[in-house]
Design a protein around this ligand. Structure first.
Ligand SMILES: [Zn+2]
Length: 93
């Protein structure tokens, strides 16, 4: 998650999205169930409009793996994250 994202409101949005499970991943269109790893997907990049960062309409459920895949596109901020073996800079899609 980026610096813009976090805290109580972020948790509330996540909780709200959790209630919609199972639902479709907005990135790949496949089902996300509550026993899968999922993330809060940003329909708009928060960087572009920080004032609306916590508007629930801007978020959707996505697979954790789809989230990471998208993250690679934006470069390197998240590189220090979990799972060191993951190649953030590669494009395998
Ligand atoms: Zn997905």
């Amino acid at each position: 998650m980026s610096k813009h994202w976090g805290g109580r409101r972020a948790q509330q949005i996540r909780a709200k999205l959790a209630e919609t499970l199972p639902t479709r991943c907005w990135r790949c269109g496949r089902l996300v169930t509550s026993d899968m790893a999922w993330d809060v997907g940003h329909l708009l990049e928060v960087d572009l409009d920080p004032s609306g960062a916590y508007d629930p309409d801007r978020y959707a459920v996505e697979h954790a793996r789809c989230n990471r895949r998208a993250g690679a596109r934006y470069g390197n901020r998240k590189r220090s994250g979990r799972r060191g073996s993951h190649r953030w800079t590669s494009r395998d899609w």
